[in-house]
Design a protein around this ligand. Structure first.
Ligand SMILES: *[C@@H]1O[C@H](CO)[C@@H](O)[C@H](O)[C@H]1NC(C)=O
Ligand SMILES: *[C@@H]1O[C@H](CO)[C@@H](O)[C@H](O)[C@H]1NC(C)=O
Ligand SMILES: *[C@@H]1O[C@H](CO)[C@@H](O)[C@H](O)[C@H]1NC(C)=O
Ligand SMILES: *[C@@H]1O[C@H](CO)[C@@H](O)[C@H](O)[C@H]1NC(C)=O
Length: 695
């Protein structure tokens, strides 16, 4: 009888998945991801920066490709290992620049570490900016000194660019005197006399077929410049200041430099927020920027979802775009016809919205469900084409192009990098909603069913918790160590990705409901989701498992102190001890916001949300993993958890990834080995239901 049932079952399996074969872990981690997409001003060319594992080199290869949008040509411009800066088109669109030395292999692409180490941990080799002509195929490589540039932009013409790089020590004599006095001792927080960045202009001159290049120093500023934009009509440069650590949000703001009087430095914003991604409006008078707001002042500890703002450079007036939109602004692009395209995340989808002017509402541009990313539009008025990245549960990410935004539902793929994934038997996903009865909030999550098992009951459960917390699990397929739900589902797990309280896409209030309850509230949202799956008969109550990375690791660490119902736990780069986390992370202001204050101001919250003081309740076998160079969630957090669980006699293993920061972006083996071991850990401990201590 049993055998008979099994035969019928496998037959059903084959008919429902047809000829598609199973996705392997090697295939999953061999996928291509996209760093950026950039459409030329006339809409005829497309720059696509891809990132692929270079397994033999223990690295990634970042390749810049030039496509024609009519599909007639695809050309490799450069391949670099672990170096990336977004390429940009010149004003006429005849040229683009890209950065990087083909010979040099820098070790870190983690943004924060790039800021921290550029300049002081100098490569000692000449840095180069390359400009390439799409009309003549001419390539010009420009030496810009030894400091890594932190920002780069075109001027008003094709023959000049601006860049910022960290300034190096002024005189070698001063260096020698300092070293004689201090040897290798570091004075923490001491700024070198010349600390900051130098903004320089590159002038390219052509005479009688000869090209000459000159560098002019424009201004020294006493901060790291993370973004740079020239405003030709106002004869100004606008830049964003970025500190080495997020200790004080006043360190991050927009500044303007008047090119007629470069002694000036005008502060344009003064807010408790992080600004990024400067773009110039079509009328040339407004600078757009994205804002990640965090509020710390006046006892109002709150954060809001990422937003879009513009500043009028003629009068300093700041306006918010996409007002009334309940979700998060993920990206945007200036439209040649005026206004902007906004990529807005609402629930688990990111759609394209069009906003004509600041006083109008953003309107949905009908397209596909799923996640749009990195939209880029043509800049000359007679063209209105757009290029973007798109992915959904069953469509791996590719670059798409449409001649007009009205044609969004008929956009054509330009790349076919991840076709292999699409031919595999992928898990089916659907939304799942439940109520946290504590305060009757509805919570949404994504359920990934093992291939061929959509709608089946009593499945073994793995809850995969996203990081952030101000992020979300979304309708997309990105094959990496962080969003690996499809791989886990392929291995037989029913995967729940909960968009717990604190996630983006559900309104600012939903985000803020974790303030002062950063672990207990989202933790209970997740436990309520597990209860709901059990009472709906979908999850097998004896086969429950959890895991996550970053904030997802933080929640995992808390959850194992609250219940012994989970058979196995996967804790990736998760904090465990609040005060040492606050004291050593590069992002302490965010920790403050989540806890509503410093450890000495609200010790009761630190205690109420404590993991360490409740850790003796933990029984769940836990696999921990961390990058050794992580500065966001320092590896110390993982050592503390590993030592504690070892003393407590709970099965535990710690995986250390050398030379990796928080994003495990240096060596593709690390992410793959992490997922391989995590799958093994789940398989090993899940089938042994633990002894329930209390009952
Ligand atoms: C990864 O993909 C490349 C093609 O992009 C292929 O040559 C290689 O064999 C693949 N490696 C694995 C391990 O699947
Ligand atoms: C990158 O890191 C590895 C391992 O620490 C080291 O051997 C190599 O020299 C580094 N490369 C560069 C360019 O710093
Ligand atoms: C942050 O920096 C501003 C300006 O430099 C300063 O006025 C303020 O006191 C600083 N805040 C904290 C908490 O240190
Ligand atoms: C704090 O905020 C409240 C209400 O938002 C306001 O009435 C009060 O004046 C503020 N206090 C300070 C010191 O800014």
């Amino acid at each position: 009888m049993r055998v008979y049932l099994f035969v019928i079952f496998t037959l059903q399996c084959y008919t429902s998945i047809g000829a598609h074969s199973k996705l392997t872990i090697d295939e999953f981690f061999n996928a291509t991801s996209f760093q950026s997409v950039s459409l030329s001003p006339n809409g005829q060319h497309l720059l696509v920066y891809t990132r692929k594992p270079a397994w033999d080199l223990n690295s990634y290869d970042n390749s810049l490709w030039l496509y024609t949008t009519d599909g007639s040509k695809k050309e490799l411009i450069t391949t670099q290992y672990s170096v990336f800066m977004e390429p940009k088109w010149s004003p006429s669109g005849d040229w683009f620049f890209y950065y990087g030395n083909d010979k040099v292999t820098a070790n870190s692409t983690d943004d924060r570490e790039l800021y921290r180490h550029s300049g002081n941990k100098d490569s000692k080799s000449q840095q180069q900016i390359h400009v390439y002509s799409v009309t003549s195929d001419e390539l010009l490589s420009i030496d810009i000194g030894k400091a890594t540039p932190s920002a780069l932009t075109w001027s008003a013409t094709d023959s000049s660019l601006y860049f910022a790089a960290q300034s190096t020590e002024s005189t070698e004599d001063a260096d020698r005197l300092y070293e004689a006095e201090w040897k290798d001792v570091i004075e923490y927080r001491r700024r070198k006399p010349n600390y900051g960045s130098v903004i320089q202009r590159i002038d390219i001159k052509r005479k009688h077929g000869k090209v000459s290049v000159k560098l002019h120093s424009i201004k020294h500023v006493d901060f790291i410049v993370s973004d740079l934009l020239l405003i030709p009509s106002e004869h100004k440069i606008v830049c964003v200041s970025m500190p080495e650590m997020f200790e004080n949000l006043s360190d991050i703001d927009l500044y303007a430099i008047d090119l007629h009087d470069t002694s000036s430095l005008i502060r344009l914003t003064n807010n408790q927020a992080i600004e990024t991604n400067l773009q110039l409006s079509a009328d040339g008078k407004h600078v757009f920027f994205q804002v990640y707001p965090l509020k710390l002042e006046n006892e109002t500890f709150s954060s809001a979802q990422p937003q879009l703002y513009s500043i009028d450079l003629t009068n300093g007036h700041i306006a918010q775009w996409g007002k009334g939109f309940q979700g998060a602004v993920r990206d945007y692009s200036i439209r040649s016809e005026g206004g902007v395209f906004i990529l807005g995340q609402l629930g688990t989808n990111v759609h394209v919205y069009i906003q004509q002017s600041v006083s109008q509402y953003a309107c949905l541009a009908p397209g596909w469900h799923g996640s749009y990313r990195s939209i880029s539009s043509s800049k000359l008025e007679q063209y209105s084409s757009a290029a973007f990245l798109y992915s959904s549960f069953d469509r791996p990410e590719e670059v798409y192009f449409t001649k007009h935004i009205d044609g969004l539902p008929w956009a054509k793929p330009v790349t076919h990098e991840n076709q292999l994934l699409a031919t595999r038997s992928l898990p089916r996903a659907k939304l799942y909603r439940w109520i946290n009865h504590e305060d009757n909030r509805m919570i949404e999550g994504i359920l990934h069913y093992p291939p061929g098992k959509l709608g089946h009951k009593n499945l073994p459960l793995f809850v995969l918790i996203h990081g952030g917390p101000s992020e979300a699990s979304m309708n997309m397929l990105h094959a990496d160590y962080y969003t690996w739900a499809p791989l886990a589902a392929t291995e037989g797990w029913l995967v729940l990705e909960p968009n717990y309280r604190g996630s983006t896409g559900y309104g600012d209030q939903f985000l803020n409901e974790i303030s002062g309850q950063l672990l207990s509230r989202p933790g209970r949202d997740i436990l309520a989701g597990v209860d709901s799956l059990i009472s709906d008969g979908i999850a097998d109550p004896t086969r429950l498992n959890i895991g996550g990375y970053s904030f997802g690791g933080f929640l995992t660490n808390w959850l194992i102190t609250q219940t012994t119902r989970f058979n196995a736990a996967l804790s990736g780069a998760g904090p465990v001890e609040h005060i040492s986390m606050w004291g050593t992370t590069d992002f302490p202001v965010y920790v403050n916001t989540l806890f509503r204050g410093f450890p000495w101001e609200v010790p009761e919250i630190y205690e109420k949300e404590s993991i360490m003081s409740k850790l003796n309740a933990a029984k769940t076998p836990t696999l921990i993993s961390t990058g050794t160079n992580d500065i966001r969630v320092p590896a110390d957090q993982s050592y503390i958890l590993e030592r504690s669980l070892t003393y407590l006699g709970v099965p535990v293993k710690l995986l250390l990834f050398p030379d990796e920061g928080h994003t495990l972006s240096n060596n593709p083996w690390h992410g793959k080995i992490k997922a391989r071991e995590e799958l093994k850990w789940l398989a090993k401990y899940d089938h042994v239901p633990q002894a329930k201590v209390e009952t």
